[in-house]
Design a protein. Structure first.
Length: 340
């Protein structure tokens, strides 16, 4: 180990919800973690993009805001004293001659670990922007691709474009805050959780949300970056005008793996192919979990990713504690050292 190099049992790349739960699982097995994330705070997309978006499929929580989930996961990991290196990007990985890995990050950070767990979500992310001439002038003022605070839209006429979970969930969440909510989608079928679709249908029937189907965005009316209306059109080109103060465009994220693409891993459409039983990538001591991990039949649910974190940490134990038997204990019997 060269001077200045940090040493730990497990290095977690990514401080989103899955990375935070991986820290907890490692701690329960007596392993220490360092965590590197390119963002300046923990939470990944949940913190950076939609801290007030409600999440409905966390066991034990009928509904929890994304930001609140991150707070609870960080508190859950805290007793194990993880070391966070935020605002840093891991740029290179190299196997060590004696086993384990050496990770190099920007600004002179070097970390050696028995195993590395990649929990980088979708990698670097940005929004898919609709192809509307002049939309740039409205971005950040009245056109948004993410929502951080629901209250920012109180009393405003909101048009939501898209048909996935983000569009449906935000339509529901804003229905009792905004002056009006109109959802624009190209087809009658949404790509959202069935329970969310049912709730959307109920709110449409109650007059709290208007559906514009089948329509697509056609243009924007306004001045100095402030919307007055959104122009929408049928697939045949028939246009109508929807009065609006804000447009939320939810057409998914662009994904860029960045340096991860050069680490010699087996990739399938920007995802790392892993063994579903362990999260192993095929390179000894490298694991991938969460949205960035792929295997046949994978369900892209946060609860699935939590299970992947647990399995990867149990698999990594043999590398961090060679020759030591792993005795699995239920947390109800063992408790968590450090919790009040």
């Amino acid at each position: 180990m060269t001077p200045g190099t940090l040493r730990t049992d497990i290095l977690v790349i990514g401080a989103g919800p899955v990375g935070l739960f991986a820290v907890f699982e490692a701690g329960m097995l007596g392993m220490k973690c360092h965590v590197v994330d390119v963002l300046d705070e923990v939470g990944g997309q949940c913190t950076a993009l939609y801290p007030e978006k409600p999440i409905y499929d966390i066991p034990g929580y009928p509904e929890i805001l994304a930001g609140d989930l991150i707070d609870k996961l960080a508190r859950q990991a805290a007793p194990f004293n993880p070391v966070y290196h935020l605002g840093r990007q891991v740029t290179a990985l190299a196997p060590r001659p004696g086993g384990g890995w050496r990770a190099t990050a920007d600004r002179g950070l070097d970390i050696e670990a028995a195993a590395i767990v990649i929990a980088a979500g979708v990698g670097a992310f940005g929004p898919h922007r609709p192809l509307i001439p002049g939309i740039e002038a409205y971005e950040g003022k009245s056109v948004f691709y993410f929502v951080k605070r629901r209250e920012d839209l109180r009393g405003r006429r909101v048009v939501i474009a898209g048909g996935g979970d983000s569009a449906v969930d935000w339509a529901i969440a804003l229905s009792d805050v905004a002056a009006s909510v109109t959802v624009v989608h190209r087809r009658a079928k949404f790509r959202a959780a069935p329970a969310s679709e049912r709730r959307l249908t109920e709110l449409v029937a109650a007059g709290a949300i208007e559906l514009a189907i089948p329509y697509q965005l056609a243009g924007l009316d306004g001045q100095d970056g402030r919307l007055s209306a959104v122009r929408i059109a049928t697939l045949d080109g028939e246009e109508r005008l929807v009065p609006a103060d804000a447009l939320l465009a939810f057409f998914g994220l662009t994904m860029n793996l960045g340096p991860i693409a050069a680490w010699g891993l087996n990739l399938d459409r920007n995802r790392i192919v892993v063994d579903p039983a362990t999260g192993a990538t095929g390179r000894a001591g490298l694991y991938a979990i969460g949205d960035i991990a792929h295997y046949p039949g994978k369900l892209k649910l946060i609860v699935t990713s939590f299970a992947e974190a647990a399995m990867a940490m149990h698999a990594a134990y043999a590398l961090a504690r060679p020759g030591q038997a792993l005795h699995v204990e239920y947390s109800t019997l063992r408790g968590v050292i450090g919790l009040p």
